[in-house]
Write a protein that binds this ligand. Structure first.
Ligand SMILES: Cc1cc2nc3c(=O)[nH]c(=O)nc-3n(C[C@H](O)[C@H](O)[C@H](O)COP(=O)(O)OP(=O)(O)OC[C@H]3O[C@@H](n4cnc5c(N)ncnc54)[C@H](O)[C@@H]3O)c2cc1C
Length: 395
């Protein structure tokens, strides 16, 4: 029985498991962490130079990690949405934001629309091999002339008998060089505004699909990022994914899951940088004491911990609502905005606490800092998140 004495003692070391997670999630977390730290993390530095190999998908497919929440009939594990959060969090232990992003694009961005909107034939042809790690996917929304403004895209799909003919270009496409297929957003009726956009499943080896350029980036070096061109690409009528003219709404739904997963990754990444920096601040000495013993440093940790914990609670509570059938776009936008900001602030502070070591590649903090910056831009910028939140109040 708990005594008053025990109850009154602060429980700093207690289990921090959130109510959305069960023991099965803990076991999953353990097995993903073991795989990631054993088989992925040791290559983090090498893959910054070479990008990570396709065999990561094959291996993760074998282990069942690419279809955690998809039904068993498609080769998935039949888990809930929280399993995907666990994956996003544990991928942080790969020490490679680029790798985590490449995998997340496949598991939580390109394949969910196939599962929700695809025909049985499309699921067999694309989802099943994607879950098995035999086909790699990418998602093509952004274009050289339209990013935040999705309705401003220019890629056209024109019906020609039993086929669609696609022309246009996409940029900043993660996995674009390695992908076997793309979930492509194109205009099918330019006069119809938001109701003139549709999704297509396009094989990347079709004539007219050109992987133009591997783009150089500030961070996320382990991922490949492509500029793609589509020149008179002919796809059959059944390449249409979901309803014709409803692609804008389909992709807005996809973005909600993408933002939540990204937010979970941000919180986990911030926590990892915090933990690493805490260990450093305990060891590193200056003026005769560990740097963590200066009040200014102690307070930096207190600020960071508070921000991380608040961001985590918003992500988990919103994920719980999303997983229970609600469509909380306002809170997803808040969770994404806040988690991305917090992650950038925390990694910046962690770099500062490392001093000169923070600037050196061997400590890994500079990579976390560079990689993290993307989160305030990708999947919807801070400004777009603020606009979605502001508009949700009728403004
Ligand atoms: C490394 C990386 C990987 C990516 N991966 C993919 C991918 O796999 N697939 C994909 O489709 N896309 C991908 N993207 C694209 C990403 O989602 C876009 O870059 C992002 O949505 C912003 O679009 P943009 O770059 O065209 O910026 P723009 O839309 O041109 O915005 C420029 C600036 O204007 C601001 N702005 C725009 N509109 C408004 C407004 N209404 N109110 C206030 N401010 C506004 C923005 O916030 C931003 O600060 C990736 C990007 C990067 C950098």
């Amino acid at each position: 029985m708990a005594t008053a004495d025990a109850l009154l003692k602060p429980d700093h070391g207690g289990s921090r498991k959130h109510f959305i997670f069960t023991e099965e999630h803990d076991q999953l977390r353990e097995s993903i962490r073991a795989f990631v730290t054993r088989e992925l993390a040791p290559h983090a530095e090498e893959w910054e130079e070479t990008t990570f190999p396709d065999s990561v998908f094959t291996r993760m497919g074998e282990l069942g990690f690419l279809g955690l929440s998809y039904p068993e009939e498609y080769g998935g594990q039949g888990g809930d949405y929280f399993c995907n959060l666990v994956l996003a969090e544990e991928m942080t232990y790969s020490d490679s934001g680029g790798l985590a992003m490449g995998v997340a694009v496949h598991t939580d961005m390109a394949t969910p629309p196939i599962h929700l909107f695809g025909t049985e034939e499309q699921k067999q042809r694309y989802l099943v091999p994607a879950i098995a790690g035999e086909k790699i996917s990418c998602l093509g929304i952004t274009e050289p002339d339209a990013g935040s403004d999705v309705s401003g895209i220019r890629t056209r799909a024109v019906r020609d008998g039993d086929e669609w003919v696609i022309n246009g270009s996409k940029t900043y496409i993660t996995n674009g060089h390695r992908a076997d297929f793309i979930v492509l957003v194109a205009k099918t009726d330019p006069a119809a505004g938001h109701d003139g956009i549709s999704l297509f499943l396009v094989d990347m080896d079709l004539p007219g699909v050109i992987r133009e350029k591997k783009l150089e980036k500030l961070g996320m070096h382990a991922s490949d990022t492509a500029l793609l061109a589509f020149q008179d690409v002919r796809v059959p009528a059944d390449a249409l994914l979901g309803q014709e003219g409803k692609g804008f709404y389909h992709i807005m739904w996809e973005l909600q899951g993408e933002r939540l997963i990204g937010a979970a990754g941000c919180v986990a990444g911030a926590q990892k940088a915090f933990d690493k920096t805490l260990a450093y601040a305990t060891e590193r000495q200056a003026f005769g004491r560990p740097i963590g013993r200066f009040q200014v440093t102690r307070h930096k940790f207190a600020e960071m911990a508070t921000k991380i914990e608040a961001a985590r609670q918003l992500v988990y509570t919103t994920a719980w609502r999303f997983a229970n059938g609600e469509y909380p776009v306002r809170e997803i936008s808040m969770a994404k905005l806040n988690a991305a900001r917090v992650a950038c602030e925390v990694t910046d502070e962690c770099l500062q606490i490392h001093g000169g070591a923070g600037y050196m590649r061997e400590y890994g903090i500079e990579r976390a800092w560079r990689d993290m910056r993307l989160n305030r831009i990708g999947a919807g910028t801070d400004e777009i998140m603020l606009d979605v939140i502001g508009r949700s109040y009728g403004l």
